[in-house]
Design a protein around this ligand. Structure first.
Ligand SMILES: C[S@@+](CC[C@H](N)C(=O)[O-])C[C@H]1O[C@@H](n2cnc3c(N)ncnc32)[C@H](O)[C@@H]1O
Length: 209
């Protein structure tokens, strides 16, 4: 029992459904070890459910069965959370830092996730052997940097789903050149969690040509 871990919010059950127990196991373990391993800051336990686990879980319904790559998974946000919420989807977590890769591998095993593969590399250097159907990322870099390094990993007709803050439209405007160069279409912002969670989650969504 971790004293400063945020209590599980009632809406977590609606977001995770049958996979709530797995989300609980992941959250408890991250609360226990995340700070020591340098995965989360000391204040994050107080908002671990609402700010991290649930808002990543809100992205799960946007995924299609197929191969999803999560860039810069870090503690497993959103990659591991999505993998536990969507056992019908295959995931490859792409993360360059050794310590984080070790955590991701150990957690994948501990949670018994058969749908996760981990690649230790930077997105721009990663060799996956197949193209992604969808790519996700959260708190990795601005859209103008993220789009060019991830577009080559995604198949034609595949999708980018990048979790962003409230100022997502400013980022989209600043990334106009990268968006043109990567030939993205159907660009939109999904607002998730309205009426469910107290804080909305924003996702930049685009199709790769
Ligand atoms: C601020 S952390 C965010 C981690 C996690 N996505 C989250 O939301 O908590 C950024 C992560 O991106 C990884 N990263 C940075 N540049 C990257 C790149 N070019 N390709 C893949 N991962 C990268 C870092 O190693 C780090 O784990």
């Amino acid at each position: 029992m971790i004293d400063d871990l945020e209590a599980e919010p009632p809406y977590a059950a609606a977001v995770f459904g049958k996979t709530l127990d797995a989300a609980r196991a992941y959250t408890a373990h991250l609360a226990e070890h995340g700070e020591t391993l340098g995965l989360i800051g000391p204040l994050e336990r107080e908002r671990l459910w609402s700010r991290h686990v649930v808002n990543c879980g809100l992205v799960a319904p946007l995924l299609n069965p197929g191969l999803v790559g999560d860039i810069g998974s870090g503690a497993g946000l959103p990659g591991l959370v999505l993998a536990l919420a969507r056992p019908d989807v295959q995931f490859v977590l792409i993360e360059p830092m050794e310590r984080r890769v070790e955590w991701l591998a150990a957690e994948t095993e501990r949670l018994g996730l058969a749908n996760v593969r981990i690649v230790r590399d930077r997105a721009e250097d990663a060799f996956l052997g197949e193209r992604l159907d969808q790519v996700t990322a959260r708190a990795v870099s601005s859209l103008s940097k993220l789009i060019p390094i991830t577009a080559p990993l995604v198949r034609s007709g595949g999708e980018m789903l990048f979790m962003k803050g409230r100022r997502v439209q400013d980022e989209i405007d600043a990334a106009a050149k990268a968006i043109r160069k990567a030939r993205l279409s159907d660009i939109r912002v999904e607002t998730l969690g309205t009426g469910v969670a107290p804080e909305e989650t924003f996702v930049f969504r685009a199709t790769v040509d």
